[in-house]
Structure formats: structure tokens, C-alpha cells
Write a protein that binds this ligand. Structure first.
Ligand code: GUN
Length: 292
């Protein structure tokens, strides 16, 4: 059956809008997210535009700060410092990837961890690992909200994560092993140096794939009844779609779906839940729920 990102994200957006309305009624202000976008990468443009649009939909204020590719690291760090100091701002995201001459670690660490609604700052990652209140990275957070919504059993299950990125693979593996729900899984992380990945994916009760390769997971790599979460966002040009692009996941959906008990589609799955993770973090920041 389908883990339906459209259905879940619309439902949760309603709840988030309620939270924003309450803040507005009580304080006269809206939760405020600032997105910083450098350059004109097609994927990044699309994601940031979607984040801004969703902010409007739930009654948040949003701002977009744009730079060309030739912005210096110092200029960017200076802007982040300015945004950190602005009391009207609850959340700051700097869209990744950044141009090669800018160190993403420096920028990530410059963001005040109390406004780090991407959850990428080492303070938030460390606190997450220790099961302390923190901002959880948006995509892993969205995945946990999806599993929760469908009451997917996770305790004692073998969760295999394919991919070890800072944004998805690494944090979701921590979350799935934590002593919480969803969590309490036995977690295996597979990556580019894992020999015979199929040997591991075949053991998965829950398979989370974030490797960035179209149709990487095929039907022969999964067991009957597996729960599949496809984080892939592989954009290809298309003459058929209005946008000129078509999105593909990392999983061969057509052939894997008949074996799966639950599976996320692409599009319409994890991508929509990532936005929910970001909105939830921004609302939590505005409510001072994580940090006073
Ligand atoms: N690039 C890809 N995913 C993300 C994300 O969740 N946040 C930011 N800032 N950049 C990204």
C-alpha cells in the first residue's frame, strides 16, 4: 500500500496552520523563515520556491535572500550573522549545495543553532544523537512523521539505510536506532564501499534509500512485505511534463511495489514530507519549544 505523502502532508499542514494562527492571535506576529539561495541550480530553485510557497500556505512569513554564484564566503557568513541577530527571524536555511569556493561546514556552523531549522548544526546533530530536544533534519523528520501516521511497526525491526549523507542517510540511521517511536530498529548502513548491497537489502524489514541513483533498488533486492521509503529525487529532462522535468526515485517502483507492504511514491512521497519537517521545526522555533 501507498505511504501517501500528499495525504499526510496536507493533513499535517492543517495542524501547522492552526499553530501559526494561534501565534498570530497571541503575539501579533507570524513564524518567520528565511531561505538563502546561492546561484541558479535547477533543483535548488525548485525546492526553495516550494518551501516559500508552503510557508505562505500555512500562514508563515518567509523571506528569500539571493546571491549569484560569485558571492564570497565572507559575504555569506556576514549575512548569516545578520540574520542570526534579527529578532524577527525564527528559522534560517542556507540551501545546499553551495559553490565549490564556499565551505558548507563553515556556513552551517555559523547559523545560530537556535534558528537552525534544517537541523544541520553540530549542536543539533549531537543533541539528536543523545535523544535531547533538538531540530531534526527535515527529510529524516518527515520520514518519521510518515511512519507514525501509518502506525508502521519499527521496534525490533531490521532497518537498512542505503546512503550515508549528512542530510539524510546518517541522521535517519540515528533516528531509527533511538529508543523512541519510530525507532528501536537494528540499523545497517550501506554505502558506496559496501560490497554486495543486495545481501543487506534482502534482509530489510524497513528499507530507506537515499543514494541518488534512479532505479537503484530492483525487485530482486527486496523481500516480500518490506516497507520501502524512497528518498530519491533524480531529475531528468522530459518533453512530456509541463515543467520540462520528470522526477524519479531511487527505487524501481513499478516492480518493487508488488512485493512491498508499504512504499512511498516519487513524486508524492518523501519530498512533500521534507517540507513538513521544515515547517514543524520553524513552528517549534517560533514557540521556543526546543530552545528557550
Ligand atoms: N539540499 C538538499 N536538501 C536540503 C535541505 O533539506 N536543506 C538545505 N538547506 N539544503 C538541501
Amino acid at each position: 500500500m501507498l505511504l501517501d505523502g500528499k495525504y499526510v502532508s496536507e493533513k499535517l499542514k492543517g495542524e501547522i496552520a492552526g499553530g501559526a494562527a494561534k501565534i498570530l492571535a497571541e503575539t501579533g506576529r507570524k513564524p518567520h523563515l528565511v531561505a538563502v539561495l546561492v546561484g541558479h541550480d535547477g533543483g535548488s530553485e525548485t525546492y526553495v520556491a516550494s518551501k516559500i510557497k508552503n510557508c505562505e500556505q500555512v500562514g508563515f512569513k518567509s523571506s528569500l535572500v539571493r546571491y549569484e554564484n560569485d558571492v564570497t564566503e565572507d559575504e555569506l557568513l556576514q549575512k548569516v550573522a545578520e540574520l542570526n541577530a534579527d529578532a524577527d527571524i525564527d528559522g534560517i536555511i542556507v540551501q545546499l549545495p553551495l559553490p565549490k569556493h564556499i565551505d558548507p561546514e563553515k556556513v552551517t556552523e555559523k547559523i545560530d543553532y537556535r534558528k537552525d531549522v534544517d537541523g544541520f548544526h553540530p549542536v543539533n546533530l549531537g543533541r539528536m544523537q543523545r535523544n535531547l530536544p533538538s531540530f531534526i533534519p527535515a527529510t529524516p523528520f518527515g520520514i518519521t512523521l510518515m511512519l507514525k501516521e501509518y502506525n508502521i511497526e519499527t521496534s525490533g525491526k531490521h532497518c537498512v539505510v542505503v546512503g550515508r549523507s549528512n542530510i539524510v542517510g546518517s541522521p535517519i540511521s540515528i533516528l531509527m536506532a533511538r529508543n523512541t517511536y519510530p525507532g528501536n530498529c537494528t540499523v545497517t548502513i550501506c554505502h558506496s564501499r559496501t560490497p554486495d548491497i543486495k545481501n543487506f537489502t534482502l534482509q530489510a524489514d524497513i528499507l530507506i534509500v537515499a543514494i541518488g541513483k534512479k532505479n537503484f533498488i530492483t525487485a530482486d533486492m527486496v523481500k516480500e512485505g518490506v516497507v520501502v521509503v524512497d528518498v530519491g529525487m533524480n531529475r531528468e529532462t522530459s518533453t512530456v511534463t509541463k515543467s520540462g522535468f520528470k522526477l524519479y526515485g531511487d527505487v524501481d517502483f513499478e516492480n518493487v511495489a508488488p512485493k512491498a507492504s508499504w512504499i512511498t511514491p516519487v513524486p508524492g512521497g518523501v519530498g512533500l514530507m521534507t517540507i513538513i519537517g521544515l515547517l514543524r521545526n520553524t513552528l517549534a522555533s517560533a514557540n521556543k519549544e526546543v530552545y528557550k
